[in-house]
Design a protein around this ligand. Structure first.
Ligand code: DX5
Ligand code: ZN
Length: 212
């Protein structure tokens, strides 16, 4: 069984309230924070995250695709995100960053890009709650799932059985069950839920049924 975490990156930003309402059946919400440096895109600042957290009625996690996460953790925690996910590639001091997350009283997640080995999180695996495995190169929604990452998902579940394994990028109705069966506990999905021709509430239900 896997939880479904819609990413609102590809929702209609001119109707965010409507997007949040349509995602009320989701298990949690995934906010992609991008700083234009770590990835070539720019998205949500703390004020917008705070507004979303007030409105969302679902647990909110922030996926911090930012170059200096240490400068921003407190502001996104104050904004109301219950889980902050930092990229192992964005710091030389991952152990200290995870300790800072703990100190802020939020759930601690670490993300790995498709090109990064699981070994990067080996030494902090006992201190975190969640490992986010990117199945696209980060920065944009609507990209194709990198099927070569399925083996990494299986290996992560085997090596870190105590961790929540979250998979992010290119997940949709056709591959959701395969990704869940590979070991994903949480599936992030953006363009599949907020596709032009899809009813987000119905698509979320379909994804939940496909992975139960
Ligand atoms: C990409 C983001 C993903 C993305 C998922 O950098 O981290 O969360 O928004 O969107 P889809 O499901 O469209 O790949
Ligand atoms: Zn993400």
């Amino acid at each position: 069984m896997a939880l479904i975490a819609p990413s609102i990156l590809t929702a209609d930003w001119l109707d965010l309230r409507g997007a949040l309402r349509s995602a009320q059946g989701a298990d949690l919400l995934h906010l992609d924070v991008m700083d234009g440096h770590f990835v070539p895109n720019l998205t949500f600042g703390p004020p917008l995250v705070a507004a979303i957290c007030r409105e969302a009625q679902r647990p909110v996690e922030c996926h911090l695709m930012v170059e200096r996460p240490q400068d921003l953790l407190a502001r996104y925690a104050e904004a109301g995100a219950g889980r902050l996910i930092v990229h192992a590639e964005a710091t030389a001091h991952l152990h200290r960053l995870v300790a800072e997350l703990r100190g802020l009283g939020v759930e601690a997640g670490v993300a790995l890009n498709p090109g990064s080995p699981l070994a990067l999180v080996e030494e902090v695996a006992g201190e975190i709650d969640l490992l986010l495995l990117m199945t696209v190169d980060p920065g944009f929604g609507g990209q194709a799932f990198l099927t070569g990452q399925l083996a990494k998902i299986r290996e992560a579940k085997r090596r870190f059985p105590h961790l929540l394994i979250e998979v992010d990028g290119g997940v949709h109705l056709e591959n959701a069950r395969t990704v869940a069966e590979a070991g994903a506990d949480i599936l992030v999905t953006g363009s599949s839920v907020f596709a032009k021709d899809a009813d987000p509430a119905q698509r979320i239900k379909q994804l939940q049924q496909a992975t139960r």
